[in-house]
Design a protein. Structure first.
Length: 564
């Protein structure tokens, strides 16, 4: 029997609920730059939303028109999204790190009729991607160039009357088109309805303790499915207080201010947190203190307060596997990290662990309304949820290919199910590669081990048709600087040689890495080596560096330096 969302669980109805129930309660806290903060109550959020919705409707756009958002996470990002819905339109969020060519591609493909421009870095490089003649509205924190050239949000709402009543959107109305960041090929526009979000959040809240008195810090792009579902729609469902981060430089302060009760991050940031603590308190010293009953509790509290996570009752990771060593490290501090799993195509909501190391190495059981199976032919994980996407915008053939003939969504991931029905992800179906010895190598588990070295920012295990695989490592900023002098370079090489040896001892003979190739040039969205969600683009790595593999292996060095 099909599951349907109740009208009072839909996004706009939830907005009106909080407008009536808690008008004076702070809903959003926005840093304004350099220290000042601006709190927005639910009444203020709805007042600005209603005024902008009136403005959007006054433009004479057809119902269901696409309106785009290009901004970092801010209070006005959410208010823009709410206004787009209230006015009867469909929102198209863009990652705030995209290159001009991709921005243009998405705006033209989606046929966006208006663009909200908000807080951004690198605006001058992005601006050429905006089609000539596309109307734009500048948020209060938009770049100076946008504030100078576009109509201003504050001026529009000041002279516009708030939209009256309670306009509603049906559960099967399209809510948004989210363009996938994509590790291969052009971004695809994933279409989702209001009912899909309501159903996914309702199931998710059975596992994730978002509460009316809870707090979250919004910092991962709201254009990404997890932030959109967990933070935006999670807040609408529960009424929790959302704080926004100001910048990378102030992130620790932002986190300490928010003291989130629920915190989600990608594995890369959880590793950075660990490395930062290890600089201040060396691992051996921490291990000793944690073994002493008197100091154990003091150390745990001190570390969690330094991270701003002392009030966190639920911490989670996703987007990539969490190394077991990392899960154990946080567990010793009393912070049990859950692991979630999902895709843009199913709102990032199919699995999550329920705490404890007994589920370590898995992403847990499916949510109550989710079905999961493993294709016996190739080990692919396939899922079916009540909130699967409508399809890819204007791409009927790609939509057809995304599903099996009996209606299950292809994930492209390989995995297995244990006796308790918990899902273990073992890699990507297409990421497996065969060495010249005829043996298959799954890169993901090896990469999980490699990134545990403090010098490593990102990595890619590769080597199709070579005798043994090798790994390309992007060093972090500190390690790259360290490599510039002879002593620092020698220290790095010694550390990574030992790391390589330790990892190889845990691998089967055909998986053991021949060498590590160290790269000091950053892998970025701009040079197309990572996606906006920090996933390495393997195909792009292959295109650029495969020509060097034989020479690197032929050098017979365990540590090879690549100079751009």
């Amino acid at each position: 029997m099909a599951i349907t969302a109740t009208p009072d669980s839909l996004a706009l109805q939830r907005l009106y609920h909080w407008e009536k129930k808690a008008p004076g309660r702070v809903a959003l806290t926005q840093p304004l730059g350099g220290g000042p903060l601006r709190d927005y109550t639910w009444a203020e959020v709805l007042d600005q939303t209603r005024r902008m919705a009136t403005h959007l409707q006054s433009l004479g756009l057809a119902p269901g028109s696409r309106v785009a958002l290009l901004s970092k996470n801010t209070a006005h990002w959410l208010m823009s999204d709410f206004a787009i819905w209230m006015a009867g339109f469909v929102s198209v969020p863009l990652y705030p790190t995209l290159a001009a060519g991709t921005i243009r591609q998405i705006l033209e493909h989606s046929e966006a009729k208006l663009l909200f421009v908000g807080k951004l870095d690198g605006w001058e490089g992005m601006k050429p991607g905006i089609p000539a003649g596309l109307p734009c509205v500048a948020h209060p924190l938009a770049p100076a160039g946008a504030l100078k050239n576009y109509p201003l949000w504050d001026e529009i709402v000041a002279k516009t009357s708030p939209m009256p009543g309670h306009p509603e959107r049906a559960a099967d109305d399209m809510c948004t088109i989210m363009y996938t960041s994509g590790t291969t090929g052009a971004p695809k526009g994933v279409m989702h309805t209001f009912g899909s979000f309501a159903l996914a959040v309702a199931d998710g809240l059975k596992r994730i303790p978002l509460r009316e008195d809870g707090r979250m810090l919004s910092y991962l792009p709201l254009s990404h499915v997890v932030e959109r579902t967990l933070v935006e729609h999670g807040q609408l469902a529960t009424g929790m207080h959302v704080f926004f981060a100001e910048s990378l430089d102030t992130f620790t302060t932002d986190l300490q201010r928010a003291r989130p009760t629920v915190f989600f991050s990608v594995p890369r940031l959880w590793v950075k947190f660990q490395q930062g603590i290890s600089v201040k308190m060396p691992p051996k010293k921490m291990d000793l203190f944690l073994k002493l009953p008197i100091l154990n509790g003091i150390v745990k509290k001190k570390v969690l307060m330094a991270l701003g996570l002392q009030d966190c009752i639920f911490a989670a990771g996703g987007a990539a596997p969490m190394p077991l060593e990392l899960l154990r490290w946080y567990s010793r501090l009393g912070l049990r990290l859950a692991e979630g799993y999902g895709m843009t195509e199913n709102l990032g909501a199919t699995h999550i662990t329920e705490g404890g190391l007994d589920a370590a190495g898995t992403v847990g059981r499916p949510y109550d309304s989710v079905q999961c199976r493993i294709d016996p032919a190739n080990g692919e994980i396939q899922c079916r949820t009540p909130w699967d996407m409508l399809g890819y915008y204007k791409e009927p053939e790609l939509t057809r290919q995304a599903f099996t003939e009996d209606g299950w969504l292809h994930t492209g991931d390989k995995g297995s199910l244990d006796a308790q029905g918990r899902l273990k992800i073992t890699g990507r179906v297409k990421d497996l590669f065969k060495t010249s010895k005829g043996k298959y190598v799954a890169p993901a588990p090896i990469e999980d081990k490699l990134v545990m070295n403090a010098a490593v920012e990102a990595c890619c295990v590769t080597g199709a048709n070579l005798g043994q695989p090798l790994a390309l490592l992007m060093l972090n900023v500190d390690a790259a600087k360290k490599s510039q002098d002879a002593a620092g370079k020698a220290e790095l090489e010694a550390s990574l040689t030992a790391h390589l040896q330790a990892i190889n001892e845990t691998l089967d003979p055909h998986e053991q890495l021949d060498c590590l190739v160290l790269m000091t040039e950053a892998w970025t969205v701009d040079n197309d080596l990572i996606t906006p969600t920090f996933k390495v683009k393997r195909n792009r790595i292959e295109d650029l560096f495969a020509k060097n593999y034989d020479a690197w292996v032929g050098s017979r060095k365990k540590i090879v330096w690549h100079k751009a």
